[in-house]
Design a binder for this molecule. Structure first.
Ligand code: SLL
Length: 159
């Protein structure tokens, strides 16, 4: 596969999580079928920043490796939204594997994200998290394609 010498293409992604406190066991508002010890509903995700070009031009699928006690802990998401939603009681490190479109000729890349369930930050931040019942933790990441294949270069520069 021919590569474009001396070129680099960078794309941004947001890796993050959101966590919501569930109604307690016995509360009629609590969704059914959730183990009693689960306190929190959470989502871990890979998103494109608002206004950025379509990430699926280069991103083929995302795998999220969640805590091993969950059913099928390696979750493979083939289409957007690239996210996993579950319930639980504790935070842990999520391993994230980014798989690129085959025209890129690129191997998968790894990232990780700590699933933050507890409120954090200063008093004002914690008050906001409590009021919204949402703890969000996000990082802006860069994916770089050094000397991209001609096919990837064409796909990303004609956007
Ligand atoms: C650890 N932080 O790393 C601790 C615990 C696991 C939390 C993290 C429920 C899992 C399930 C859940 O929230 N586990 O129901 O399978 O050891």
């Amino acid at each position: 596969t021919k590569r474009v010498k001396g070129k680099r293409i960078s794309r941004n992604i947001i890796i993050g999580s959101e966590a919501f406190t569930l109604p307690k066991p016995g509360d009629p508002a609590r969704p059914k079928g959730i183990p009693d010890e689960h306190t929190t509903k959470w989502t871990v995700y890979v998103r494109q920043p608002a206004g950025d070009p379509d990430m699926t031009a280069w991103l083929n699928k995302v795998q999220f490796k969640i805590f091993q006690t969950y059913d099928n802990p390696l979750r493979t998401i083939e289409n957007p939204p690239f996210e996993v939603t579950e319930t639980g009681w504790g935070g842990f490190m999520v391993d994230i594997r980014l798989h690129f479109q085959s025209i890129s000729g690129e191997k998968p890349q790894y990232r990780h994200h700590f699933l933050q369930l507890e409120r954090y930050g200063d008093e004002k931040q914690r008050a906001k998290q409590e009021a919204e019942n949402c703890v969000r933790s996000e990082v802006l990441e860069v994916v770089e394609f050094n000397e991209p294949t001609e096919a990837l270069f064409d796909a990303l520069t004609s956007e």
